[in-house]
Design a protein around this ligand. Structure first.
Ligand code: CA
Ligand code: CA
Length: 100
């Protein structure tokens, strides 16, 4: 999970082209710039990652830079799509091994 880190620059990300981000337990998580165009509009708004062996696609669907959709591609071939509207994302950061 080398590309998961908490931003220490103090700069607020302004959009998915600069950084995808989310808040978790009061910390700003900077996921890095979007590099995948999931909806095909020509602008990258998503970033692939991995969680517990599953591929996940973290997407910002409204262009504010904050991740609001998580698509999980399970190893058994099933796909889950979760829209994130609450403060907490539907995953446990502890499983990434970076937060206590
Ligand atoms: Ca797009
Ligand atoms: Ca968003």
């Amino acid at each position: 999970m080398e590309d998961w880190f908490v931003s220490d620059s103090g700069d607020a990300p302004v959009g998915p082209a600069d950084s995808l981000w989310t808040y978790e337990d009061g910390s700003l998580w900077d996921l890095g710039p979007a590099d995948f165009d999931a909806d095909g509009d020509g602008t990258p708004e998503s970033r692939a990652s991995e969680l517990d062996g599953d591929q996940v696609l973290l997407s910002d669907t409204d262009g504010d830079g904050r991740v609001d959709r998580v698509t999980t591609l399970h190893t058994d071939g099933t796909v889950d799509v979760a829209d994130v509207t609450a403060e907490r994302l539907p995953w446990s950061p502890t499983s990434l091994g970076r937060l206590e």
